[in-house]
Design a protein around this ligand. Structure first.
Ligand code: G3H
Length: 199
């Protein structure tokens, strides 16, 4: 049977500094995650009826931190611009504390309605839901198993969709770092979920 594995990129330099957005590289911790990721996926690969491993493709965004996280995976790779992290517009490259200080009205507006709030010159979660539609329909058409190496906001949308979560819940779905989320379609159309923490 097919599997969908979702993972955030390994910890990045920006993650270490609590900065949002950007296009930074992996930290040493993140690079260590990228190194063990192939073992984790290979150990979970289902076998097809004749015993051969099922084909797998790897989807990343166009940002360095997902490309670097996927680099050692021994499968065909596809880069999607649509998988790039939410565009924080004028807040890109800031910490949440800096946003609260420099753009207090924006900070409050986002806290009030995170689903609909659109960063000035950036995106909202609703924008992300629209932008990810082609990725999700390709994912549904695709019969192969897929590893999606993504970003927090992007994976909230994809996970929320696959788990039939209400839209309002999407911006607060917990997508932990350094954890592979394994989704297995069940015959009734729902998904089995397993969280595989990677030490
Ligand atoms: O940098 C973007 C974050 O991954 C998205 O998190 O929507 O909770 O601010 P947030």
């Amino acid at each position: 049977a097919r599997r969908i594995w979702l993972t955030r990129h390994g910890e990045s330099i920006y993650n270490q500094k609590a900065l949002i957005g950007g296009d930074s590289s992996l930290s040493p911790n993140g690079a260590a995650y990228a190194e063990v990721l192939p073992e984790v996926i290979l150990s979970r690969l289902p076998k097809s009826a004749d015993g051969t491993p099922v084909p797998v493709s790897v989807w990343t965004s166009t940002l360095q931190r997902t490309i670097q996280t996927a680099a050692a995976l021994p499968f065909a790779k596809l880069r999607w611009k649509a998988l790039d992290e939410i565009d924080a517009g004028i807040c890109d490259g800031m910490t949440y504390a800096q946003i609260a200080e420099k753009h207090p009205a924006e900070y409050e507006a986002r806290k009030k309605d995170k689903l609909r709030y659109r960063y000035p010159r950036g995106e909202s979660y609703l924008d992300m839901i629209a932008r990810l539609e082609p990725v999700i329909s390709e994912m549904e058409r695709e019969g192969e198993s897929i590893v999606i190496v993504g970003h927090q906001a992007v994976l909230r949308v994809i996970f929320g969709y696959l788990m039939a979560q209400p839209q309002a819940a999407i911006p607060s779905i917990h997508i932990p770092l350094h954890t592979v989320i394994e989704l297995t379609p069940r015959p009734d159309g729902t998904m089995g979920v397993e969280y595989i923490p990677v030490p």
